[in-house]
Design a protein around this ligand. Sequence first.
Ligand code: NDP
Length: 247
Amino acid sequence: MSVKNKVVVITGASSGIGEATAKLLASNGAKVVLGARREERLQKISEEINNDGGQATYKATDVTKPEDLKSLVELAKSKFGAIDVIFNNAGIMLTSPVSELKVDDWNKMVDVNLKGVLNGVAAVMPDFTAQKHGQIVTTSSVAGLKGSIGSGVYGATKFAVRDLMEVIRMESAQEKTNIRTATLYPAAINTELLKHITDDNSKQRMDKFYQAVGITPDAIARVVNFAIDQPEDVNVNEFTIYPTKQG
Ligand code: NDP
């Protein structure tokens, strides 16, 4: 079973990596179910996909709310009859030095980047376990592989999901549930991610860096497509994606 006809739930689908992935997967025949908070953006993307001959539906979703993720998965099943893949992609990057003690930002990142992924996993696990088939793709970051200045708490959330995905992979093999996991470690990708940074110094530094080296989110969409497209007995599970210009 390739990308074609797979039912894929995507969080963070209203912009950036999620939007690019939804469009690419749909153009290759996947049925995509879009979730994020900005409903009007989801509606527009969904319409674009459907007008181009693809199949998409959407629902306003806050990944910090477990019931929202459950509803999104229910929508996938009621509209398209199944769920094959969840792409846990919603995330926020509110970088600042730890010494600034931006505790509100820390809590938001833990809620979206870590608990949001846990809520996605919890929403699909009963179906994936029962049907002995499913794939969990999660966007971590190069900040989840190596610490960098300003990324202390952001990186902590991204390290955490890396571990979670690896353990799900191992437990699935042991429990013979055939659940595949793929974890993405993107570097500088030009999206709306930097818009929300509250620390001026961090924002300026990141803006300058991204302008110099950043690449488009289609790069990540192609990798997700590749991971989903593998045969069921092949789990390609970790991808680091750098702009060629980024050192
Ligand atoms: P964007 O800001 O363009 O996209 C982030 C997405 O997450 C939006 O669709 C946003 O939608 C959604 N989102 C944020 N908070 C919530 C929430 N509470 N509930 C539901 N959805 C939410 O940035 P990217 O596309 O770059 O980010 C996607 C992922 O990629 C993130 O996990 C990010 O950490 C990761 N990443 C990005 C890199 C980059 O350089 N761009 C590098 C490494 C990792 P809405 O606001 O409508 O809810």
